[in-house]
Design a protein around this ligand. Structure first.
Ligand code: ATP
Length: 259
């Protein structure tokens, strides 16, 4: 059963003199609890899709559906995780995590306990009262993850959340995020330029073309790869096979990077 659907979605960005056709006739469905990845060249509209799903950008045409009905924004809670963590330097880690609930007036003792529990789950129990400046990039992204999860969003939009991290930290965080999202049965859409990350974390991959942004091809990640944690899944022969196919698809229409 489809949970979240984009139906013939197109989008133009208008300026005073010009316009950009960012997306052309995008259609796909995501099941509840499913993890999908969008990969494609720079400017193909990946972030625009996330913004449309989040309701930050209103598509020029087409529909966004929730459980096959036109979406009512109040019915879908969304969590966003970005490349930058946007932690407030003057607030402690715990207060950064509790910012959303405090704004909504829902920061009960129970929510505070949940925040502490989640910080423990991501290995940050010992820094709840520290300030962001004293944390590494990977630790800060773990705080950002907890800050996203504390509001219990139904859908997580992950816009290149690991791309600013060193490679080792990135691999570790991919495992951690994957484990948490599966444990909490979250639906997630990941935008990434990293084919390996897309294969090792998601159930399906949408490869996009640019100018305007379209979905060129959808790949199902084989069950044997999906059943493993992201790091170990990279050892599976079917991982490499899919990597080659996604790479080939990405390069079919890419005229920007001659090698
Ligand atoms: N606010 C905006 N105003 C005008 N044009 C925009 C705006 N945001 C994005 N665009 C244009 O829309 C197209 C899609 O942009 P988008 O950021 O969604 O692509 P992307 O695939 O996420 O890119 P990247 O991988 O570089 O982050 C691009 O041509 C971009 O320049």
């Amino acid at each position: 059963m489809s949970f979240l659907t984009l139906e013939n979605v197109s989008h133009h960005y208008f300026s005073k003199k010009d316009f950009t056709k960012a997306l052309d006739d995008i259609s796909f469905s995501v099941k509840e609890g499913e993890f999908i990845a969008l990969v494609g060249p720079s400017g193909c509209g990946k972030s625009t899709i996330l913004s449309i799903v989040a309701g930050i950008v209103q598509q020029t045409s087409g529909n966004v559906l929730l459980n096959s009905e036109p979406i009512r924004r109040s019915e879908l809670s969304i969590g966003y995780m970005l490349q930058q963590d946007y932690l407030f330097p003057w607030k402690t880690i715990l207060d950064n995590v509790l910012l959303g609930p405090k704004i909504r007036n829902t920061a009960t003792e129970e929510v505070k306990d949940k925040a502490i529990e989640l910080l423990h789950e991501v290995g940050l129990s010992n820094v709840t009262n520290a300030y962001p400046d004293s944390l590494s990039g990977g630790m800060r992204q773990r705080v950002a993850l907890v800050r996203t999860l504390i509001t219990d969003p139904k859908v997580l939009l992950l816009d290149e959340p690991f791309s600013a991290l060193d490679y080792q930290t990135k691999l570790k965080l991919e495992d951690l995020v994957y484990k948490l999202l599966k444990n909490y049965h979250k639906t997630a859409i990941l935008v990434t330029h990293d084919i390996g990350e897309a294969i090792s974390m998601s159930d399906r991959i949408f490869v996009m073309n640019a100018n305007p942004g379209t979905i060129a091809k959808t790949f199902d990640v084989p069950i044997e790869v999906r059943d493993e944690m992201p790091f170990t899944s990279r050892r599976h022969p079917k991982y490499q096979n899919l990597f080659d196919k996604v790479w080939e698809e990405l390069n079919k229409n890419d005229t920007t990077t001659p090698i």
